[in-house]
Design a protein around this ligand. Structure first.
Ligand SMILES: [Zn+2]
Ligand SMILES: [Zn+2]
Length: 343
């Protein structure tokens, strides 16, 4: 029985092109007690591989977190499959507003310790005592309230290209780092302010809201389904859109445009731009914001050094990389010193 990918990303891309079928990009998560994550992982892989589902899925004892691309024609089968798993019956599927058939090119189902890396000791507080879930309409109303403090639970490279007006956007690289920083910044608001939080699809707020309640915040709210679901409801119900810019997403699309505002800047020349790219030098791969002009001028690289390396024959590049492992810069996401205009 096949439990792992056999096709390379390139082969898969060609197959998708050839099939010419529509694919839906979607995500969902659920906290649930999973006794044997390994077994559950194999069950998912076998079924989804047959349906032509692609994506990145994390399974842990605490639940599942999935980002997927599903052939539109197989959506019914896929949904039925989910509904047969008791903790996934009627799970909210965050369906993207923009689709890209190549959002994912592999099916990767991984067993992890946690479905979101939050650095929390779950035994130390009640993870089920979460904040109040609010929909887009209620969220908008809360934002009008002068007693509301709005916090973006995402990382700096995500909020840099888009966020809700008036939100506090912590300057952090990881969700893990953000929890104590936000707590310290907001400690005077525990009693009387509405602590309203949001993230991409809602999953980070599930844990964070329970954590902050445990830390003494009295009125905690979270945007149900995150920015993805908010955008959908705003469009469907013709509500006022309070989100400016793009929503950063974790697939090949990299972002979804929610409003026409461009709130970020090219990290190399400083002009308005909100397009993330990865440095073309394989050994660097830095994620940063680069405009088209700079992309041309710099050969899609982040620095002169990377340009030099990138222009070498592939074998020579490989030789240079030997023993160095993958560059740490990947995780710095736009914080590299070589970039002039970073926020
Ligand atoms: Zn530029
Ligand atoms: Zn680079």
């Amino acid at each position: 029985m096949q439990l792992y990918n056999k096709l390379s990303a390139k082969e898969r891309a060609a197959l998708i092109e050839e099939a010419g079928e529509d694919r839906l990009t979607l995500s969902f998560y659920a906290y649930a007690k999973i006794g044997n994550p390994e077994l559950f992982r194999n069950h998912l892989f076998i079924a989804w591989d047959q349906m032509g589902v692609l994506g990145r899925i994390y399974v842990a004892h605490e639940g599942i977190n999935a980002q997927l691309s599903v052939p539109a024609q197989k959506f019914g089968t896929f949904k039925k499959f989910l509904d047969e798993i008791y903790f996934l019956e009627n799970v909210r599927l965050n369906i993207a507003i923009e689709h890209d058939a190549k959002a994912f090119l592999k099916l990767k189902v991984k067993v992890r310790n946690k479905i979101v890396s939050d650095g929390l000791n779950d035994a130390s507080f009640d993870v089920t005592n979460r904040g109040i879930h609010v929909d887009a309409e209620k969220f908008n109303t809360l934002l009008e309230d002068p007693d509301t403090v709005l916090v973006d639970m995402r990382n700096h490279y995500e909020s840099e290209i888009g966020h809700f007006r008036g939100a506090i956007t912590p300057d952090v690289d990881t969700f893990r780092d953000s929890l104590p920083i936000i707590e310290e910044d907001l400690k005077d608001y525990k009693e009387d302010k509405n602590l309203v939080m949001y993230c991409t699809g809602g999953i980070r707020c599930e844990k964070a809201s329970a954590y902050y309640k445990h830390k003494g915040f009295k009125k905690v709210f979270q945007l149900e389904g995150g920015i993805i679901e908010y955008a959908r409801q705003v469009e469907k119900q013709k509500l006022e859109n309070k989100f400016i810019g793009k929503n950063f997403v974790f697939d090949h699309r990299r972002s979804e445009r929610i409003s026409e505002d461009v709130i970020a800047h090219c990290h190399q020349c400083g002009k308005p731009c909100d397009t993330h790219v990865n440095c073309a030098n394989e050994a660097c791969h830095l994620l940063f914001i680069q405009c088209e002009d700079c992309g041309m001028e710099m050969n899609n690289c982040c620095s002169e050094d990377c340009m030099k390396i990138n222009s070498l024959p592939y074998e020579e590049q490989k030789e240079l990389r030997k023993g160095r492992g993958n560059s740490n810069k990947i995780f710095k996401k736009g914080r590299s010193k070589v970039l002039k205009y970073k926020t």
